[in-house]
Design a protein around this ligand. Structure first.
Ligand code: HEC
Length: 176
């Protein structure tokens, strides 16, 4: 919203500047205000004013808003701020887990496994599940015992990636 207003403001300022110059009979006439006719200092001042306006509206503000949008697109889910590790976890989740699991915060709508927004697993459970996988009919006391809905392969992701995914899932499941 603010970005749109500033974008509009840029063109309004530009439009008025052109109009002003035109009414005064071109840049040289516009710059030659009474008492400053032919003054180099005045011309230089005007030039700097325009340079500043162009840079501020044309470069700095758009850049700031692009950076701002980028950060909020990647760094927040439903008002929850993600750490760098959790952001990485979200990317990996999208690549490796989203096919099978639903998780709103990762825009994942997989239906093979349980909906993680509903079961809201802890970080430990996610990590344990990733490392061991799930069997539909595991032997008693097996590490691969899960909910009994189906089979999930072990080690879909490993090491730091698995930890990051676990952190991310535990933080956002059921929050959005
Ligand atoms: C090939 C499909 C598939 C993929 C890929 C997959 N899962 Fe699963 N997941 C399942 C199924 C099926 C179950 C249910 C197993 C059961 O009920 O025994 C499950 C169960 C789970 C559970 C619940 C475990 C419990 O005991 O409650 C969690 C947490 C989980 N998955 C997280 C993940 C994460 C994180 C990833 C990505 C690293 C992932 N899954 C990738 C199919 C998948």
């Amino acid at each position: 919203m603010l970005a749109v207003l500033l974008f509009a403001a840029f063109w309004v300022v530009l439009g008025f500047s052109v109009f002003f110059l035109g009414v005064r009979g071109g840049p040289s006439a516009a710059l030659a205000t009474p008492g400053a006719r032919g003054s180099h200092a005045a011309r230089r001042a005007m030039t700097w004013v325009f340079v500043v306006i162009y840079v501020a509206f044309g470069v700095v503000l758009p850049a700031l808003f692009l950076i701002g949008n980028h950060n909020s697109a990647n760094g927040q889910v439903g008002g929850i701020k993600l750490t760098a590790a959790e952001k990485r976890g979200r990317e990996i989740f999208g690549e490796r887990c989203g096919l099978c699991h639903t998780l709103a915060a990762a825009n994942a709508v997989g239906k093979v496994g349980p909906n993680l927004d509903q079961i809201q697993p802890t970080e430990q459970l996610v990590l344990h599940t990733i490392q061991n996988g799930c069997l539909q009919n595991p032997p008693a006391g097996s590490q691969e015992a899960c909910l009994g809905y189906g089979t999930m392969p072990a080690d879909v992701v490993q090491g730091v990636d698995a930890v990051n995914v676990a952190k991310f899932v535990a933080k956002v499941a059921g929050q959005e």
